[in-house]
Write a protein that binds this ligand. Structure first.
Ligand code: CTP
Length: 403
């Protein structure tokens, strides 16, 4: 059970932090809520106290005998501030300490996650961006706000990511047990999900990929400080802090991945890209006939095109779900595929039986990661989040040193 401090600054998204608190307590964490005085204008202390099971104050002058302005930060395993307003970011960047939350931020030596939420203009303002850069340079994980509906009818960048996704990101940071943001300054692209190849306006050819492993990879990269683009054909919700490009077909995925990858440091192709698509997509629904023949044509191989267009130092990772046969193991087939595709790493997983926890719909995965340099990394059955971290470890080792 980790000791989590939930800092809440005074923005309308404070109401979403209630759900975040719930997510943390449901997973068994010991949560201390430290709101600012403005946050209490939005959501009152009784709500925080009832859901955390602890007294709640914004002030350094309550329960002074327990020296809360020092103790809370020192004892924390992780501090997350959600929402972090422009004002809170500014105070934290400059080391101000005029309330309990800002004092806590100065005494904490554990990982600190800040999830900003504000109007787009405030987020984009040079002052805010400079404060964010300062905080990041000090090792604070500042999560990019989501794009979407803001307080009123307006929309843009500045939304607090959905609480469930923020909680998942925080769990990822806690599970890693390290505050090291080793992918800071790196831009990575991940693809996820199974593509859908349309036959007509109603039907498509698809596959069993859920997108879970790709989403876990995106989340794990955010937790390590990377700028992350996720090109996804999956129906899973957007991971916190990730730019998500939604696609459906292999051709759409091809175009989006290639466009986003031009200046990426690493690309991980976790998507299950259909090898074929119907030769034509009918404009009207196909009528039932006794038998049906559908002509399929080949889709482009995205990974191979990435290899051909690779910029110096870019690390490219493929995934391969393989089955073995009497003569050859899944790893043997994986080695051939690695050579054929020309990527740096290939994550090979044996396709699980129905109901087995590995592979498509499961939450866990077992894999062998093959390196073009001959390296072999066996990963026993672990969560998809843990496998994602191992993949990023291997990618990070292969990235060129920073100038
Ligand atoms: N891939 C891709 N474009 C395709 C097909 C696959 O980029 N049109 C990528 C996948 O995202 C994955 C890797 O290539 O990272 C291996 O996918 P897989 O389907 O196993 O490879 P194929 O070349 O299609 O081989 P197979 O004949 O086994 O289907």
């Amino acid at each position: 059970m980790a000791k989590v401090v939930l800092g809440v600054a005074g923005g309308i998204a404070a109401y979403k932090a209630v759900e975040l608190l719930r997510q943390f307590t449901e997973t068994g964490h010991d949560v201390t809520v430290v709101p600012t005085a403005s946050a209490l204008e939005f959501v009152g202390a009784p709500t925080w106290a009832a859901l955390s099971g602890k007294p709640v104050s914004a002030s350094t002058w309550d329960q002074v005998h327990q020296v809360p302005h020092v103790r809370i930060g020192q004892e924390a395993d992780l501090v997350v501030v959600a929402p972090a307003t422009a004002n809170l970011l500014a105070k934290a960047a400059h080391g101000l300490a005029d309330d309990l939350l800002t004092n806590t931020l100065l005494t904490a030596r554990c990982p600190v996650v800040m999830a900003p939420a504000m109007h787009t203009e405030m987020w984009e303002h040079a002052a805010t961006q400079a404060n964010v850069a300062t905080l990041r340079s000090r090792g604070v994980l500042v999560v990019e706000p989501a794009v979407g509906r803001l307080t009123g009818a307006d929309s843009g960048k500045g939304r607090l990511p959905e609480p469930e996704e923020l909680a998942h990101l925080v769990r990822q940071v806690l599970a890693r047990g390290s505050a090291e943001l080793d992918l800071t300054g790196r831009r990575v692209v991940v693809s996820s999900g199974g593509t859908r190849e349309h036959l007509d306006p109603v039907r498509y050819l698809g596959n069993r990929s859920s997108g879970r492993q790709g989403h876990a990879l995106a989340r794990a990269a955010v937790a390590r400080g990377a700028e992350v683009v996720l090109v996804s054909s999956s129906g899973l919700p957007d991971p916190a802090g990730v730019k998500v490009v939604r696609v459906t077909s292999a051709l759409e995925l091809h175009d989006a991945v290639l466009a986003e990858s031009a200046d990426a440091d690493a690309v991980v192709m976790a998507a299950a890209v259909a090898d074929y698509r119907p030769a034509e997509r009918l404009a009207a629904k196909r009528k039932k006939t006794e038998t049906m023949t559908v002509e399929l044509i080949q889709n482009p191989d995205v990974l191979q095109e990435l290899v051909a267009a690779r910029r110096p130092g870019q690390v490219l990772v493929g995934f391969a779900a393989e089955t073995g046969d009497e003569t050859r193991s899944p790893i043997d087939y994986g080695r051939d595929k690695l050579a054929r595709k020309g990527c740096d790493l290939l994550v090979v997983n044996e396709v699980g039986e129905a109901g087995h926890p590995t592979g498509f719909e499961g939450t866990h995965n077992a894999a062998t990661v093959l390196g073009a340099d001959g390296s072999v990394t066996d990963v026993p059955l672990v969560s998809k989040d843990a496998l994602a971290d191992i993949v990023w470890d291997l990618v990070e080792q292969r990235l060129p040193a920073r100038p």
